[in-house]
Structure formats: structure tokens, C-alpha cells
Design a protein around this ligand. Structure first.
Ligand SMILES: *[C@@H]1O[C@H](CO)[C@@H](O)[C@H](O)[C@H]1NC(C)=O
Ligand SMILES: *[C@@H]1O[C@H](CO)[C@@H](O)[C@H](O)[C@H]1NC(C)=O
Length: 342
């Protein structure tokens, strides 16, 4: 009886008595979403508390560290096995649950540029590559994974260090080149190719990618000789409901305009919260299956021609489409559903 949810004014409340494991899972997801959506306020509060309680020196020491550490987001960050194997990542992954399904080996005598699709609202599935939550670090112990994120995410004190301990780097061309430079091997950069544009197409049950004119990552792979790995996150678009915004609609036009000005997509969405099931910013509990494709060999080419870039881009799209088609039915997508690429 007590395990039933309560419906009040149309809001579905979570039951009061839930097993501890489920509460821990929700906590794991709350921490991650909070880090990206609510952390600025928390950092401001910590700084204010330190300042007004006579710990201004701590703030000064942090500033000195920041000055010294400023370049780390584009110099490979500093992944820490200790942070990546914390228990909270397991809780996070078991909430959905999130799983990774590699389809090939990644020998550590090469570097890899992994293209992750789709962006979804906040690319939850990219979490696979930040921690051992889904066991990826054990699966590929000799590969150093780096998820790339918007530069703006590094401007927040403490969050920047936390992200770098999970191996996250700046998504600029220079940062990627630094990591994929062929003086080292066993490095993998994970790029959410469709970016903010693709987030606007993150509707449940739909599979729409922004990829037709995204060729910068292909060029980068050619210049560095990093092998390209297509990767598809089934379920990523099912985590939030987003307001209807068909191409050409007024809402979409406003969103495109804001994106052009700020680089951020103003996605109008809702998920759930800790206490409610149909209202809030936490993602829904939906199964997530990330399929990691086989590496596409790339020969290092200092000055690739447009023709070489187009040819590899076409090959990448065909391998990605093949990956989607081969695995879709197993992960809950109807046989007739096709990948739409804009
Ligand atoms: C990583 O995850 C795997 C799979 O869940 C687990 O077997 C392994 O012990 C974990 N490794 C560490 C160092 O925690
Ligand atoms: C991101 O990288 C670019 C260079 O590629 C650099 O100018 C910028 O300062 C970096 N931002 C952060 C926060 O590291």
C-alpha cells in the first residue's frame, strides 16, 4: 500500500518507503544533474561563507591554484582512478540503468576519436566514459578516456577540478589535438558531435542527428591519425519531455536565435524530481544502452583535401547508420524506425 505514489493536483509524488538502493540511485543522479545545473549557486554560497567567516586566505590560495592550473582543461585534464571508481558512479548508472556494449576491441597502440550520438538534453550516456559506473575502465584498462565539454563548464571553481578528475576536457580543437597527438597512444576523446543544435531534436522515440555538415571532427581525425569510433546511445532521447519545436515553428526560431547569440540551446523540457515523478529536472528512469562501434582506421594526413574529408565523413555516417540498424531492435527501437541525419 505505502509503495504507491500519491497524486496531488496532477503532480505524482514518490512513495515514502523506497528501498535504500533506489534512494542511493536517485542521489547519484541528483548529484550529477546538480553539478551541471545548480552548482553555481552552491559555489557562491561556499565562497561567501569562507569570506564572512574569516577564511579569505582559503579563497586567495584557491585563486593562486587556479592561476597555476589554468591550462589543464586543454592539456588532457587529470583523470583519477580514485574518483572514477567512487561508489556514487555505480548508483548513478544503476538508476536508469545505463550500460555500455562494446562491439570491438580498442588496442592501446592507437588513439581514438569517439563520436557520440545523440546529444539528448544533457548527454547522460556520455557518463559511461567518465567513470567506472558501467565498468568501462575495467573493460578497457589501457585506454584513457576524455569526454569533451563546452568551455563554459570549466569557469566554475571546484566543478572544473571535479570534471578534470573524471578526465573531462575542453572541447576546443586545440584541446582535442593535444590529447590525440601521436606522440602518445591509448588516448580516446569522446565528442558529442551534434552539440547544442542536436539537443533541440531530443524528443522521446525520435532519432534525429545533426551531422551532415559537421566535418571538423573528421578533419581532426585525419590530421592526428586518430581512429574514428561511432557510438550510439539508445534511450538518450527518452530521458526528458521537450516542448514541441518542429523545424520552422516559432519556438524553434526563437531557440535558434538564442543559440546563435549564446551558444547554448534553450531547451524547454521537464523530467522528474527526487519527490515527484512527472515534474522536475531529473531525468526519467529509462533504460540506456550505449553501443560502441568498431574503430574505422584513419591514416594520418597533415593536409587532408576536401575530397579526403568528404570521403571519410561519408564512411563514418554509413558505419554509424549500420551500427544503429544492427542494434536498434534489441534496445527497444521499432524495426521500421530510421536514423534521420540533418
Ligand atoms: C569497475 O566496474 C566493474 C564492473 O562493474 C567492476 O567489476 C570493477 O571491480 C570496477 N573496478 C574498480 C577498480 O572499482
Ligand atoms: C579552451 O581551449 C582554448 C584553446 O583551444 C583556450 O583558449 C581556452 O582558454 C580554453 N578554456 C578553458 C576553460 O580551458
Amino acid at each position: 500500500q505505502s509503495a504507491r505514489m500519491t497524486n496531488l493536483l496532477g503532480i505524482e509524488f514518490a512513495p515514502m518507503h523506497l528501498p535504500l538502493e533506489r534512494r542511493l540511485q536517485t542521489l547519484g543522479v541528483f548529484y550529477h544533474v546538480f553539478l551541471f545545473l545548480g552548482a553555481p549557486l552552491a559555489v557562491l554560497c561556499i565562497a561567501a561563507w569562507l569570506y564572512f567567516n574569516g577564511y579569505a586566505l582559503v579563497i586567495a590560495a584557491y585563486c593562486a591554484w587556479l592561476f597555476w592550473d589554468w591550462n589543464s582543461p586543454y592539456q588532457g585534464a587529470y583523470s583519477s582512478r580514485y574518483f572514477q571508481t567512487l561508489r556514487i558512479h555505480k548508483w548513478f548508472s544503476r538508476y536508469f540503468p545505463l550500460s555500455i556494449h562494446p562491439t570491438a576491441e580498442l588496442p592501446n597502440d592507437k588513439n581514438y576519436l569517439i563520436g557520440f550520438h545523440p546529444h539528448g538534453v544533457i548527454s547522460i550516456s556520455a557518463y559511461n566514459f567518465m567513470s567506472n559506473g558501467t565498468g568501462l575502465l575495467d573493460r578497457f584498462p589501457n585506454i584513457n578516456f576524455h569526454v569533451c565539454t563546452l568551455v563554459g563548464n570549466f569557469y566554475l571553481p571546484l566543478r572544473r577540478e571535479w570534471m578534470m578528475l573524471l578526465g573531462i576536457i575542453n572541447c576546443s580543437k586545440e584541446s582535442l589535438r593535444y590529447v590525440l597527438d601521436d606522440t602518445r597512444t591509448g588516448q580516446a576523446a569522446v565528442l558529442v558531435v551534434g552539440g547544442a543544435e542536436e539537443a533541440l531534436d531530443a524528443h522521446p522515440g525520435r532519432h534525429v542527428l545533426t551531422l551532415k555538415n559537421r566535418k571538423g571532427f573528421i578533419k581532426l581525425a585525419l590530421k592526428t591519425g586518430a581512429h574514428l569510433v561511432p557510438c550510439f546511445g539508445f534511450g538518450e532521447n527518452d530521458l526528458y519531455y521537450q516542448a514541441a519545436n518542429e523545424q520552422g515553428s516559432t519556438l524553434r526560431k526563437i531557440q535558434e536565435w538564442v543559440k546563435k547569440l549564446s551558444g547554448i540551446s534553450p531547451v524547454i523540457m521537464h523530467g522528474r524530481s527526487i519527490f515527484t515523478y512527472n515534474f522536475g529536472l531529473l531525468p526519467f528512469r529509462k533504460k540506456l544502452d550505449t553501443v560502441l562501434g568498431a574503430p574505422i582506421p584513419v591514416e594520418k594526413t597533415e593536409n587532408p583535401s576536401q575530397e579526403q574529408i568528404d570521403e571519410l565523413h561519408e564512411l563514418y555516417i554509413s558505419k554509424l547508420t549500420q551500427l544503429f540498424d544492427e542494434h536498434k531492435v534489441r534496445y527497444g527501437v521499432p524495426e521500421e524506425e530510421e536514423l534521420i541525419i540533418h
